[in-house]
Design a protein around this ligand. Structure first.
Ligand code: B3K
Ligand code: ZN
Length: 865
């Protein structure tokens, strides 16, 4: 353990193996809220039943509330005690009614967990352990309860009162207040509880389910934002139909409400029948939202809706099972989005996200399996590993089973575990039973952390008609897991002829389960080229003995779009890593491959845009033994400039092909816009004299945010005198729109200019900057910390800045502060001059007074060696 004087008092490590069923169940509860921003009273009436034969008292979690009274079976009692913040009540019988009354202060709730105020409304966030900040309750996901909720509030200030389930009754009082009652017939864990009291307006629609029931849909926002909700509402309708069609899952209440709030710790929350969203995942119109925003909105709306089955109807037994609902639901939302547009481009985007966010996590001090074994603070485990690697694990099972058997397996899972709190093991057992597969060894994906590595060596002797593929796998050591067992890796592969481009061996799914396996191909009468991990069938790192010419060949001929993209990425990556490490820069192969891709008229422009983008600085760094951020940046910029110059006419024609096209939102138009803006980036990189004018003209004349933001980024990265002008125009135009101002901050935080660290420090003092709003904090601090060269500026000022912000934010919002630690935790990947500075900042964080448990866990684990 670290030598830390300042650790929060007795942080308890929670172990997965210690799980015990709850001592008491709470089948029913009535909640009565007297809502007020300064002081809200909460009366809770719990019917509790003893669970099994034991004599332990009732233990109710609590946090931060003022306890006013405790009654048992209608009688005030005083034999209760507080153990820490938990309320412990001795009970003699097997069933009792417990009534508590507490007072809480939503306005002072800066953590945004429990009941809090945001922009004049009151709302809740309970996952994972926020319900205990509202009332005393066994706040764990395996206690399933039917909720009746009554809310009373000032009618003028809060004309709308919403909760989970269906509305039952409402009325006015004489004192200017009104009330509403909602009942949720589906037993649910406390983390799915929600209420909203607000002055909002609905965008309404109806959805008729497959069995003919009509559901009233509504998205609630401020009146002035109503026009920005059509896209989200439409996405909800598409998602409801998709889940019926693809998984046979129907919605189950009469109403489905979504509320958008400005202050929210993450994307959105799947509360039963009442989803609460960060407004950035609801509000969109062409003037303020980019194509990426539109896509993210549809994905998050679908994700939260899909949770109704994978999360709400079947929830998690304990928080170690989080991937049961999150991995599966991410897989479901990814599949939904793939079905709405280009599946190939969606797969490329998802893999890029996995590599950017999850691979580094798996390779660093915070590595954990998708089903972790222990935690101090569960909020720290809403990670790319649990979510995105979790989704890859579900995807592999879907691949192994095939579509029909996977559907039979999910049907079995939904049927068998409906209404329960289940485990990852329950899910895998259904995959085995319903999908008729043996997944014994596959289960290692749930327990072993680290990204597996596969070495694929294809040999073919000239003149022979036989080729041999040798596959070897290894899983790197991770914290607490020094040695690993071989895993099951489903690898789709295929062989092409280098000269004929013909298929020499058709695609097959190889299940690599031994440390080393050999596959022999007969009838190979020309030099074969290996296409492997097609569709990214396994979330692994593959190293091959393919030559640059092989990769260039695949980038032009592979018939699997992901593999084609991947070949180009590998070619670029090899070139860039060599350039950064040894200063060796032969750009010819990349230039040739990009030229061919741009010239291939049969390709979807959206695919071309992805294929011609260089790997990120971070991804290049991930492939170096020691990351040198300055040399990575220089190597990447040099290749960008070379591509920009050598292919100048190609970029101009790609740009002109879509320039001036009126805005439309559909997959084809989006793809053309994307390629146009990638081309603009290369034109600027080439150093063309008119690049800034071209960008500024686009900035001024375009009719949508995708083009405006792309032009702004191009200008913000450059040195032209148009830069300040564009930033000022953008700021003034959108100064009353917080979501667009976030883009103004993040565009500058991501700038490639030398002065970015200083500019970012200045922006933190800007009148519009605040740590109190998580979106704003992330738009500056979060964006800056992924700007590899700027964050890692050799002086260490970037580290100091981020640590200062984390320390300040921890006082307000520990959960959001803790999420900003990982970039500092990557110190092992850098040379000692930088590493020492990063460690010093982590140490400073640990020594800050009043450190939260959240931040303690992240910072201390990041320092451990
Ligand atoms: N289940 C929520 C995430 C809650 C995060 C709590 N720290 C949103 C989602 O994954 O859909
Ligand atoms: Zn989720």
């Amino acid at each position: 353990m670290l030598d830390v004087q300042n650790a929060p008092a007795q942080p308890t490590v929670i172990q997965r193996e210690d799980y015990r069923p709850p001592d008491w169940q709470v089948p029913d509860m009535a909640l009565d809220f007297d809502l007020d921003a300064t002081a809200t009273r909460v009366k809770a009436t719990l019917s509790v039943t003893r669970n099994g034969a034991h004599d332990r008292p009732l233990r109710l979690d609590g946090a931060g509330q003022k306890l006013l009274s405790v009654e048992v079976d209608g009688v005030a009692v005083n034999d209760w005690r507080l153990d820490g913040e938990a309320l412990v009540i001795p009970l003699s019988g097997d069933a009792h009614t417990i009534e508590t009354e507490v007072e809480i202060a939503p306005e002072r709730n800066t953590q945004l967990m429990g009941l809090y105020a945001s922009g004049g409304l009151l709302c809740t966030q309970c996952e994972a352990e926020g319900f205990r900040r509202i009332t005393y309750f066994p706040d764990r996901p395996d206690v399933l309860t039917r909720y009746k909720v009554r809310m009373t509030a000032d009618k003028a200030r809060y004309p709308i009162l919403l909760a989970n389930g269906d509305p039952i009754a409402e009325g006015d009082q004489e004192d200017g207040k009104h009330w509403a009652e909602w009942h949720d017939p589906f037993p649910k864990p406390s983390y799915l509880f929600a209420l909203v009291a607000a002055d909002l307006k609905p965008n309404r629609s109806t959805f008729t389910t497959m069995s003919g029931r009509e559901v009233a849909l509504a998205i609630w926002v401020r009146e002035r934002d109503l026009a920005k909700t059509d896209h989200a509402l439409h996405a909800l309708e598409l998602a409801m139909a998709w889940d019926e069609h693809v998984y046979g899952r129907e919605y189950d209440l009469d109403v489905f409400n979504i509320v958008a709030v400005d202050d929210f710790n993450f994307g959105a929350m799947e509360n039963k029948g009442l989803n609460i969203f960060n407004s950035r995942y609801i509000l969109a119109d062409p003037d303020t939202a980019t194509d990426l925003d539109y896509d993210a909105i549809a994905a998050v709306v679908a994700h939260e809706y899909f949770h109704n089955w994978s999360g709400d109807r079947i929830t998690c037994r304990d928080w170690f099972q989080l991937s049961l609902k999150e991995g599966f639901t991410v897989f479901r939302d990814q599949s939904f989005s793939a079905d709405q547009g280009s599946a190939a481009v969606k797969r490329i985007e998802d893999v890029r996200t996995l590599r950017a966010a999850q691979f580094p996590e798996d390779a660093g001090p915070l590595a954990h399996p998708i089903r972790p074994d222990s935690y101090l603070e569960i909020s720290n485990f809403y990670t790319a590993t649990v979510y995105n690697k979790g989704a890859e694990v579900i995807r592999m099972m879907a691949t192994i089973l095939g579509r029909d058997r996977f559907r039979r397996a999910t049907d079995l899972y939904f049927d068998r575990f409906d209404g329960t709190a289940a485990t990852c093991e329950d899910f895998v057992a259904c995959m085995e039973e319903g999908g008729e597969a043996d997944l014994a060894q596959f289960r290692l994906w749930y327990s072993q952390a680290g990204t597996p590595r596969v070495t694929a060596t294809l040999t073919h002797e000239e003149g022979s008609d036989r080729a041999t593929l040798t596959l070897e796998q290894s899983v790197p050591a991770t914290p607490g897991q020094p040695t690993k067992q071989p895993m099951v890796l489903p690898l789709r592969l295929k062989l092409f002829g280098r000269d004929s481009a013909a298929t020499l061996a058709p695609e097959r799914l190889v299940m690599l389960s031994d440390p080393r396996e050999e596959i022999v191909f007969e009838g190979i009468d020309e030099r074969p080229v290996l296409s492997i991990n097609r569709g990214f069938s396994a979330p692994v790192i593959v190293e091959t003995n393919r030559t640059p010419a092989d990769l260039a060949f695949l980038s032009a001929h592979d018939d699997d779009p992901f593999a084609r993209y991947e070949a180009m990425q590998q070619l670029m990556l090899d070139t860039l890593v060599a350039a950064a490490a040894h200063g060796r820069a032969d750009h010819a192969a990349v230039v040739g491959a990009v030229r061919n891709t741009l010239a291939d008229g049969s390709l979807d422009p959206a695919f071309v845009a992805e294929a011609v983008l260089l790997p990120s600085e971070a991804f290049i760094g991930d492939h170096m033994p020691v990351v040198d951020p300055d040399r990575v940046f220089a190597a990447r910029e040099a290749l960008r400039r070379e591509l920009g110059k050598s292919l100048a006419p190609e970029w101009r024609s790609a740009y002109d092909a879509a320039a001036g096209e009126p805005y439309a939102y559909n997959p084809a138009a989006k793809g053309r816009r994307r390629l146009k803006n990638v081309a603009l980036g290369y034109i600027a990189a080439s150093g063309a004299d008119d690049a800034a004018d071209l960008a500024f003209r686009q900035f001024e004349t375009c009719d949508n945010m995708t083009d405006r933001q792309a032009a702004l980024s191009t200008l913000a990265n450059g040195t032209s005198d148009k830069r300040i002008a564009a930033l000022d125009i953008f700021y003034n135009r959108y100064s009353d729109n917080p979501l667009v101002l976030d883009k103004w901050f993040s565009t500058q935080a991501l700038s490639t200019r030398d002065d970015t660290p200083a500019e970012v420090e200045a922006l933190a003092k800007h009148a519009d900057f605040t740590l109190a709003n998580p979106n704003r904090a992330r738009s500056l601090v979060g964006a800056f910390s992924v700007n590899q060269r700027a964050f890692h500026e050799a002086s260490g000022r970037g580290y100091r800045f981020v640590a200062d912000q984390i320390i300040a934010l921890d006082k307000l919002n520990p959960q959001t502060a803790a999420r900003m630690v990982p970039p500092l935790g990557r110190w092992r990947r850098f040379a000692e001059d930088r590493a020492a500075k990063m460690r010093a900042e982590l140490q400073r964080i640990l020594e800050s007074p009043g450190l939260s448990k959240d931040l303690f866990e992240q910072a201390s684990k990041s320092l451990e060696s």
